[in-house]
Write a protein that binds this ligand. Sequence first.
Ligand code: PEP
Ligand code: MN
Length: 371
Amino acid sequence: MILILSSNTNQQSADYQQLIAYLTGLSNIDMRVHVERGAEQVLTEIYLIGNTKALDIKDMKSLPCVERVVRVSEEYRILGQHKDDSRPTYFDYNGVRFGQDTLNVFAGLCAVDNAEHVEIMLKALRDNGQICTRMGAYKPRTSPYAFQGHGKNCLPFVFDLAGKYGIKVIAMEITHESHLNEIRAALQQTGNPTGVMLQIGTRNTQNFELLKIVGRQQEFPVLLKRGFGITLDESLNAAEYLASEGNRNVVFGLRGMKTNMGDPHRNLVDFAHVPVVKRLTRMPVCIDPSHSVGTRSAAPDGILDLMHITAQGVMAGANMVLVDFHPVPLKALVDGPQALLLKELPHFLEDVQIARDAYLKRVALAQRFAQ
Ligand code: PEP
Ligand code: MN
């Protein structure tokens, strides 16, 4: 059960103290207080865990400071979408909104190779009205002999250049706690010219200790990729780990499933789960067509599979698109064969917009027929 308190509730107030004293006295109930500091208000939620079936919603609602009460099912307590749940399905970060009704494109390099390519990429994004990007600094690779990413060495120039080209959020995978500290330090050193969305890759979806560490900070939002060989439920529980530790600014990423049933694509595209995740949880949903499809093959209609599949995800209501581009894919150190070319960026963005407009029309149509 979640008690949502009136906004800006003061934890020093007599009412709040009275509430806490009452809750502490309940037998077989533990509580966890979560405070969310937004730009305009401070929201406090109290999670009650244990034998909450014995609690009456009306009684709980009549307690001091309590504005709303949500009875949650066992599943995805914090990030889940529960009955009569009016908690938000969005969050704001560094001036950008991430919600179940917004769409942000994160085009960029799979892996940072050099400053020149980063600058060419970011300039192209700026010139095409983009404020988000992807830039891999820490790369989890199958072979220990493959390029592992430039790590902390590339962070200062990536952040500086992002600031120069007006990039507000960079999606960047981390695989270890030390990477979080390195990102924090480099942002500080460069004067916080941009923001970072920490990415947990598909190989780490169930790295529970990493999830707990990333969940304990609220400075950076998190893009959690679905595990490529586990059930959707298992991946959604992984997202819940982040929230249960305190960070609920989580985007859930679909990136295809590992099976040869998807051949000749790199993975079996799973964007049919976009509406499922939006129904089960309050998370915005990201699609990654690059790691799903993995090639630049085109259909006889002249449209790349990558673009077809992006359109499918966006038309199903996706809220974020993570996609690999590279100025010279032949020179890319990671995933060159699946990278789109910079001259394809305006084409890609316009195609995404067509799919987005179609999605919005479909929503309006559904609303009309529901009346
Ligand atoms: C990536 O986005 O760079 C990546 C490695 O993705 P995934 O974890 O989905 O394979
Ligand atoms: Mn990649």
